[in-house]
Structure formats: structure tokens, C-alpha cells
Design a protein around this ligand. Structure first.
Ligand code: GTP
Length: 368
């Protein structure tokens, strides 16, 4: 089976984490987000993958490769300008000659794709769309269906009084190749706005495939943190070491915790899982971490405490800091001075590098 994965978005809601890397390669349990999806597709017999890339394509290619290590085949199709979800698939048309999957590249899910393809083959619609229930449908595309399970209406981001169902578009479709004829080449277009409503207007059958499997769209830092912690909670009793780390016998580590290669954890450091440490992190004496994700090379100095944080690579959090729900960019230094000036670091803030201690800036500055 074939799939096109959409990975060309700029990921603006994920900033500052996505200032120098695309959203689909942010580390989830120390592996690129997209790698989790690719492994799952491979396990389910979807081994021929087209990656529709646009933003920082060379970074995606470098981190993901040609798929041979995962037992799948990856073809890259690069957009010079963003073409939108359906424009990007049209751009890959020459690789698509049989019913194929389309995935948003920024989600993690356990939806049964083999069963979805079976349903598609049985009913023979033009498109089958996976639907997932959510608590708050007002921030998503809601999908109404009839008794036989066919789609009857799409409502984008409804207000609460417009909400008739909590089933939303999960960003996974099976598409018949003839649908591509409806999409103009080289022009920005979206499945959600331009293609699916048009198919409904034309009276074409669109099948719903509802599922209550795990599903999360990793669109913003809070969801990114949740995705990491959810996956780690599936291994509740584990302190998992990915390589050789130096952990002082007086450090207290409560699982689930994932420790990347080459970490250093000092005496009386207290780590309360779920916590992910990337490669080469240092957690010094009396520092405390809880419910947080640290990327590679993060330094947490003495007596600093952080909870619910995402700290991007090569960042230093100096001694005696208290951070809650803080998200930093790469190569940032956070120090007590911030507190001395009476400033507080709000959730999801970008803490700018300061002073002489600041390491070199990230390779490319955040695009506007
Ligand atoms: P935001 O800027 O935060 O909205 O993120 P985004 O640009 O990634 O957009 P969104 O989260 O809506 O995208 C959902 C999925 O579609 C992501 O995996 C994106 O990479 C992908 N995507 C969005 N727009 C395009 C596009 O124009 N081309 C391609 N190839 N993929 C896209």
C-alpha cells in the first residue's frame, strides 16, 4: 500500500521549537516525530511512502533518510511554495496510480489502517476519512455522517451551538486516484476546504471510518509535551537508558523516565517521571525535574526546579531557577537574573539568548 505524508507546513504554532527544524522531526521519545508514524505504517504493510516536503526539506531528508533502515521506501516531493494539503498531493500525482493513504505528518495514532483499507475496498467510495471523537470539537473540522456511515456535511471549527457531533477529521484519508483530477496543479488548495466539500456537492460517496484509537495532533507545544508523556506512560515502571550515562547513586529517579546517551545526573537530583532527557543532558545537584521533555545537550544547574517544561537543545538553565510550563527555543540561557528583574517566564514563551555566555544562535532564525 502507498501513502503520501504531508510534512511541508511551517509549524508556526510549535514555535520556538520549530524555528530551525520542521515540526515532523521534533524529537518524541528522542526520535523524530515522523519516525513513529513511519514505523507504524511499515508494520501495517504501507511500505511505499511519498513525503511531501516544503519547509526546510534538507533537514527532513537528513533526519529521515530513504527509509531503508525502517524497511520502507521513501520518495521526496519538494514544494517551492506551500501548495496546501491537496495541492501537495496533486504535486505527487505521478507516483499515485492506485487507492492511496494521505496523512497529516504531525500526528500520532493507533488507528487500524488495514481495517480502514478493507472498509474502503468493500464500500468503494471516492474517499474514506478516519474520524476520531474529541472533547472540544470547536477547534477542529467536524464531520457529520448518516446511519450507513457516509459523510453528509463538513463544518470547520464550529461554535458550540453549531456542534452536532464530536467526531472530527483525523487527518487520515484513503483517496481514489481519479479524485486528483479535481485538484488544479501548481495551485494552493486544501482537501478540507476545496476538495471534500466539492465531492459532496457532486454527490460522490465519502465514507467515514470512525475509530476510538489513540490520536493526537502534535500541533502546538502543549500537545507535543502530552504526546511524549502519553507514550512514556505506556512504560510506567521503566527507567530506560539509551546508552551509557553517569547517574549518581544518591540521585532519585522515579519512572517512567527515558535517559538519552551520555547524560550526567548528580547527587540529590530528583527526577519524577514522566521525563525525557535527550543525549548529553546534565542535571546537577539538588535539581528537580517533573513531567518535562529536555532535548539534547540541556544543562540544568544546581537547585533548579522545572515542571511541565519543554527545553530545546543546548539550552542552559542556571542555578536556583523555578520554571513551570515553560517552552524554550534552542541555545537559550535562563538565569536567576530573570527573576531578580522581577520578570516571569510565561508558558510557551521564547526566552531570548542573552549576554556573553550565550552559545552561537541556531542555524536559521525563525521565519516570519
Ligand atoms: P501551523 O503553522 O502551526 O498551523 O502548522 P502547519 O503549517 O504544519 O499546518 P497544519 O498543522 O495545519 O498542517 C497539518 C499537516 O499538513 C502538517 O503535517 C503539515 O506539515 C502539513 N502541511 C500543511 N500545509 C502544507 C503544505 O502546504 N504542503 C505540504 N506538503 N504539507 C503541508
Amino acid at each position: 500500500m502507498k501513502a503520501v505524508i504531508l510534512v511541508g507546513g511551517k509549524g508556526t504554532r510549535m514555535r520556538p521549537l520549530t524555528c530551525s527544524i520542521p515540526k515532523v522531526v521534533v524529537p518524541v521519545l528522542n526520535r523524530p516525530l515522523l519516525e513513529h508514524t513511519l514505523r507504524s505504517l511499515g508494520r501495517q504493510g504501507i511500505g511505499d511512502i511519498v513525503l511531501a516536503v516544503g519547509y526546510l526539506p534538507e533537514v527532513v531528508q537528513e533526519r529521515i533518510g530513504d527509509g531503508s533502515q525502517l524497511g520502507i521506501r521513501i520518495t521526496y516531493v519538494i514544494e517551492q511554495e506551500p501548495l496546501g494539503t491537496s495541492g501537495a498531493v496533486k504535486n505527487a500525482q505521478k507516483y499515485l496510480d492506485e487507492p492511496f493513504f494521505v496523512f497529516n505528518g504531525d500526528m500520532l495514532t493507533g488507528i487500524d489502517l488495514t481495517a480502514m483499507m478493507e472498509a474502503h475496498r468493500k464500500v468503494k467510495p471516492k474517499v474514506t476519512m478516519a474520524l476520531i471523537p474529541v472533547d472540544n470539537p470547536t477547534i477542529y473540522g467536524v464531520v457529520e455522517t448518516n446511519k450507513p456511515g457516509m459523510i453528509t456535511r463538513f463544518v470547520e471549527k464550529p461554535t458550540w451551538d453549531q456542534v452536532t457531533t464530536n467526531m472530527i477529521n483525523a487527518g487520515i484519508y484513503i483517496v481514489e486516484p481519479e479524485v486528483l483530477r479535481l485538484i488544479p496543479a501548481g495551485v494552493f488548495s486544501m482537501f478540507e476546504h476545496n476538495v471534500f466539500p466539492k465531492l459532496l456537492e457532486m454527490g460522490e460517496p465519502l465514507l467515514a471510518y470512525p475509530s476510538d484509537a489513540y490520536w493526537i495532533d502534535v500541533g502546538a507545544p502543549d500537545k507535543y509535551l502530552k504526546a511524549n508523556l502519553d507514550l512514556l506512560r505506556q512504560r510506567p515502571r521503566e527507567i530506560q537508558r539509551e546508552g551509557v550515562s553517569e547517574i549518581h547513586p544518591e540521585a532519585r529517579i522515579e519512572p517512567p523516565v527515558l535517559i538519552g546517551d551520555g547524560c550526567f545526573i548528580s547527587a540529590r537530583a530528583h527526577i519524577v517521571g514522566p521525563v525525557v532527557l535527550g543525549q548529553g543532558c546534565r542535571v546537577l545537584e539538588d535539581a528537580g525535574l517533573e513531567g518535562s521533555v529536555l532535548w539534547d545537550g540541556v544543562d540544568v544547574w544546581n537547585n533548579t526546579v522545572m515542571k511541565g517544561c519543554v527545553i530545546a537543545s543546548q539550552t542552559v538553565v542556571e542555578e536556583d531557577c523555578r520554571l513551570e510550563e515553560c517552552v524554550t527555543g534552542h541555545h537559550v540561557v535562563i538565569g536567576r537574573e530573570v527573576e531578580e528583574f522581577g520578570a516571569r517566564i510565561p508558558p510557551h514563551s521564547y526566552v531570548a539568548p542573552r549576554g556573553a555566555k550565550t552559545p552561537p544562535p541556531p542555524p536559521s532564525s525563525c521565519p516570519t
